[in-house]
Design a protein around this ligand. Sequence first.
Ligand SMILES: Cc1ncc(COP(=O)(O)O)c(C=O)c1O
Length: 389
Amino acid sequence: MKNVIEQTNEHIMGTYARSSVVLDHGIGATVQDETGKTYIDFGSGIGTTSLGYCDEAWADAVCAQVRKVQHTSNLFYHQPQAELAEKLCAMTGYKKVFFGNSGAEANECAIKVARKYSFDKYGEGRGKVLTLVNSFHGRTLATLAATGQDVFHNYFFPFPGGFDYVKANDIDDLHAKLDDSVCAVMLEYVQGEGGVMALDQAFVDEVRKVCDERDLIMIADEVQTGIGRTGRLLAGEWFGVKADVTTIAKGIGGGLPIGVCLAGEKCADVLGKGAHGSTFGGNPVVCAGAVKVLERLAQPGFLEGIRTKSEKLRAALAAVDEVEAVSGLGMMIGITLKTKKAPDVLKACLEKGLLVLTAKEKVRLLPPLTISEEELAAGTRILIEVLEG
Ligand SMILES: Cc1ncc(COP(=O)(O)O)c(C=O)c1O
């Protein structure tokens, strides 16, 4: 009989660069492979298991919902979806949501909202979405086209049109790309896959300003930065800015698939009956778990705790000789190395029992928001050992 790695490699399309580890079970920020070796997870999947592995309240809610009703079509109502939507709106200040199943789907919805808002008000010819160079917005054809990195604009021609790319933090380039065909500007406050780079305050302010002046939809892709990852519920709070549309995914599901497009007053009612849909979007099991994620984030001191833990981790990393710089916000951390290569660091960490990620040339960390002090200290020790080795 073939083992898991052989079965996978033989029967699953080879789209991922996987490490040769078969993860089996986990608790908190610690996960075990099938041989019994344990790893501290500084990646949370990729920023998804926000409450760690198998958080009790989350798992209880998910399991109870599976045994109650696991799915209803969106032609009916159900309680977990309604509760999650109400909680999300109350906590974020957005007016209405659309539920999909991934970050890319949330962004597809945001692009549709922006284009239809513009179409309804101004007619055809105003459908271009400006995104940023080095952004990442997903793997569907439209979100690949929205992604401002040439490496992603390959093989799958023709890509959908209607996107142009502004250099991040370049206000002149923003103005140069703004013309009468633009309906929206889409950005990540901290570019994740593009190398864990936070945008400048002045640039974010300018985007907000031109969106107001020109009646454009400002879309914040908070798929990676949202739901506590940066130590605030939404990263936009660090900038004192509220986008017209914000997308979230990853961490809100606690490990189950979900994507949410949050729309403010201006465009909450743009998508009416038949304008959009998803068979699984807002699934009761996923929503029941997501409610528990939000409840945890709302606990007094929880977000502050994330900021405290991240400051500790950042300070420890900044003191390491091999570290050139530490970027990002909160528990979204990029490490620029002086001499070592990020993939080599990842491999060495794996051998010593720590899971880390990479983004471009950096080592990237997205630990579970609930990581204990002990796990954080133990993981940091391994990482420093590897960096100093
Ligand atoms: C900022 C951002 N947007 C969108 C996506 C795509 O999300 P998904 O893989 O859930 O479609 C990602 C995934 O890494 C992301 O980081």
